[in-house]
Design a protein around this ligand. Structure first.
Ligand code: NAP
Ligand code: G4F
Length: 325
């Protein structure tokens, strides 16, 4: 069978790196969009962490630049397009709402347009988010739960989700949307709460820091491992029919209890180090997320393999190793 080609936006991010590794292991040619940076020598850090930086082809471009996307897709002729690129940090989206809209919302239309013009037979994956449920309308969120976004990021993701559905229905594109709940790993950005916690715990353990400052530790999230979640993305594009799927573990945990796992792993007392900082609270919070992955299990045969406990311990160990070296 001919080698398949994938085009990944957001290839330098957490999911882009793990998805690249998965696709390479399946024999794909992997290409990806990279933003030009004055520090180009570090923008493939995550790919290097996985030892695959030389195995992927990187193409300069930006989600806000339609002509560049058209040219990239024309040159690459991908079989599968994974749109993972986004301004993905919820808190920053109140500070940069317009940029978030340009990239996280309109960027989706740009990629879909480039695909419609140059590769209408390709299969498309949109990285939608459980943040779209926001002020939750059902205790357990599924594909049929109404959305109620609570941040400029979530509003932008909602647009990206519906434009994907609309292009599927309007132009008969093979376009699927994965509504992914929070997923983490040692490659998670330091600004997100799990990695902030595991990095701080490692620093405190090594005597490099004394405290961990957090905002709302009563918030609850359904956390899984990014490695498991990129497998679900790939599975969606192997189906004959495009569709939308919730990808989650079905277990929700407070930020407080997630921290407890990290501190306990290195034998530290959380109460001695945790400081609550009102400045870290958000203008509007998503109090609780809990996903129902029944459809992904039934149709894709997807089940998560890594527990939250194992995930946080892996992240603390990776941060200890990073700091020691
Ligand atoms: P991430 O680590 O923040 O990666 C985001 C990627 O988007 C990076 O490669 C970034 O490039 C790229 N990007 C940002 N602005 C861009 C632009 N204007 N043009 C082109 N590329 C741009 O995010 P992630 O955790 O891997 O998540 C992947 C996707 O899934 C995102 O769309 C996110 O919103 C969504 N999602 C994530 C989760 C989660 O829990 N991780 C859950 C649901 C949905 P740089 O490296 O240059 O910054
Ligand atoms: O780790 P977080 O920043 O992730 P959040 O906001 O849930 O968003 C992540 O998951 C979404 C999927 O649901 C993705 F779409 C999105 O791209 C991103 O990957 O915050 C998690 C919770 C929040 O309730 C926040 O208020 O942790 C709380 N929190 C408490 N103290 C904190 C902190 N979050 C951060 N980042 N930093 C804190 O100091």
């Amino acid at each position: 069978m001919a080698k398949k080609t994938a085009f990944i936006t957001g290839i330098t991010g957490q999911d882009g790196a793990y998805l690249s590794a998965l696709l390479l292991s399946k024999g794909y040619r992997v290409t990806g969009l990279v933003r030009r940076s004055s520090t180009a020598e570090i923008n493939d850090l995550r790919l290097r962490w996985l030892g695959i930086e030389k195995d992927v082809e990187l193409i300069d471009g930006d989600l806000s630049d339609l002509s560049g996307l058209v040219r990239s897709i024309k040159d690459i002729r991908p079989d599968e397009i994974y749109n993972l690129g986004a301004q993905s940090f919820v808190k920053s989206s109140w500070q940069q709402p317009i940029l978030t809209g340009h990239v996280t919302a309109m960027g989706v239309t740009n990629v879909l347009e480039a695909m419609r013009i140059e590769a209408p037979e390709a299969r498309f994956y949109q990285a939608s988010s459980s943040e779209m449920y926001g002020l939750i309308q059902e205790d357990m969120q599924s594909e049929t739960t109404p959305f109620y976004p609570r941040s400029p990021y979530a509003v932008a993701k909602l647009y990206g989700h519906w434009i994907t559905v609309n292009y599927r229905e309007s132009f008969n594109l093979h376009a699927s949307s994965g509504i992914l709940f929070n997923h983490e790993s040692p490659l998670r950005g330091i600004e997100f709460v799990t990695r902030k916690v595991t990095d701080s715990v490692a620093r405190i353990k090594l005597g490099l820091s004394k405290e961990l400052r957090l905002g709302n530790i009563d918030a609850k999230r359904d956390w899984g491992h990014a490695k498991d979640y990129v497998r679900a993305m790939w599975l969606m594009l192997q189906q004959d029919t495009p569709d939308d799927y919730v990808v989650a573990t079905g277990v929700t945990t407070t930020v407080r209890d997630m921290c407890r796992i990290a501190f306990a792993h290195v034998g530290l007392d959380m109460e001695k180090h945790l400081v609550i900082d009102p400045l870290l609270f958000r203008p509007a919070e998503v109090d609780v997320l809990l996903g129902n992955p029944a459809k992904a299990k039934a149709k894709l045969g997807w089940v998560p393999e890594v527990s939250l406990d194992a995930l946080i311990r892996e992240m603390v160990d990776a941060d200890l190793k990073r700091l020691k070296s």
